[in-house]
Design a protein around this ligand. Sequence first.
Ligand code: FES
Ligand code: FE2
Length: 390
Amino acid sequence: MAIDQGTAYGKPAPTYLAALTLVGAGTPMGELLRRYWHPIGLASDATATPRKVRALDEDLVLFRDGTGRPGLLHPRCAHRGTSLYYGKVEEHGIRCCYHGWLYDVAGHCLEQPCEPNGGDKRFNIRQPWYPVEERYGLLFAYMGPPEKKPVLPAYDVLEEPGAGEFLEADDSSIGSGGPAIVPCNWVQHFENVMDPYHVPILHGSFSGPQFVEQMAQMPSVSWDWTGRGLRSVQIRNLEGGRRFRRVTEAVLPTLRVVPSPRVGQYGRVESIGWVLPIDDTSYRIYVAGRVTEPGQLGKMRSKYGGKYWWELTEDEHRETPGDYEVQVGQGAITFHSEEHLRTSDKGVALLRRMFEGQLEVMKAGGDPIGVFTDPAKALVRLEAGNFLDE
Ligand code: FES
Ligand SMILES: [Fe+2]
């Protein structure tokens, strides 16, 4: 009698690539990510009400002082450790609820009301803090080594709005295929950006066209390095001899530059999504884009049988899975040891190699790609878009 082969019995314990996926301080990728600015909220999230923020495996408290400056501090008060989340925001900072120490947006301790003279040594105290800058309706934080702080980059597609266009920001994780916070490692999402072959399957034949008809066609795909990240070009031949050329980019460190899959009109990409690793097993996406009417960014969101993700029943999630289901379905951190990459996964392999290369640069003491200290170089030109070649 033939013996059954390939059963799950005795399967080796699976492993993941820790250097690629972990985002905490002191980990290889965590330190690479900390060399760049990351969006940690909408500009409107910084108010006189302290707000909890979690980014790169760190808990932080965000607020805006009475003079309009945003502040991002570690929550544990430098005095005796209660959370500044319970603090009160004042003209010049946030005051801890426990003994009233007052910190400004850069963590300087301004007052210690229980101490003689308001605390003679208060200026020796520094509440851990991070620099914050506002751009495109978002708040960007720099959580890396202070002496390496780069210029906050600008992006041509957001700097040059067309006639009638204005900028809009969104924090609902457009492009995740699901809710604002997605419970899996961020690299699973980022790899998906360089995986255009899943589009005609997952978003086409399998779950029914989740975008427009032409996206359901199997494209011919190429990938290459752009000097700022990876580019994927997807060609689909349309009726009448026209050619639909879709260009998507994954830009260091976390930028998804993906034109609307609804292809409302042809042209350069309308938005940028920054994937923020919240921690090792969750991420969210902040988007800024050019729009002609308020709320337009949300129209890029996937629909499943005409419904939004959060309107689906459990059966409908199972019957018409989208990006959320496939990425979360890979597990909290996917097991790379169990994968079998093939030719259509070239974009995924290149993406991993790109990060490995940057980790090598870091190890050798160099600066990763896309980190600029010269403001003149901080304008990044992007090529993504949906183009129609006649
Ligand atoms: S714990 Fe914050 S002032 Fe004492
Ligand atoms: Fe997708």
